[in-house]
Design a protein around this ligand. Structure first.
Ligand SMILES: [Zn+2]
Length: 62
């Protein structure tokens, strides 16, 4: 039998092979962190886009 590990705490998982976490707490911690990372990425991209727009407006006021 193949051993899968919890994506959060890396303890070995028993039972269904498609399980990714040992319990709800680990799943929540993991998902919250993933969400925060992607939000941070979106924020950075938005900041760059805003800067670019300001530069473009300055260079091309029409
Ligand atoms: Zn876990």
């Amino acid at each position: 039998m193949e051993v899968t590990k919890c994506l959060e705490c890396e303890s070995e998982l028993m039972g269904r092979i498609d399980k990714k976490f040992c319990n709800d707490q680990c799943r929540n911690i993991y998902n919250n962190r993933e969400n925060r990372d992607s939000n941070e990425y979106v924020r950075k991209v938005n900041t760059i886009l805003r800067k670019n727009r300001r530069i473009l407006e300055k260079l091309n006021p029409k």
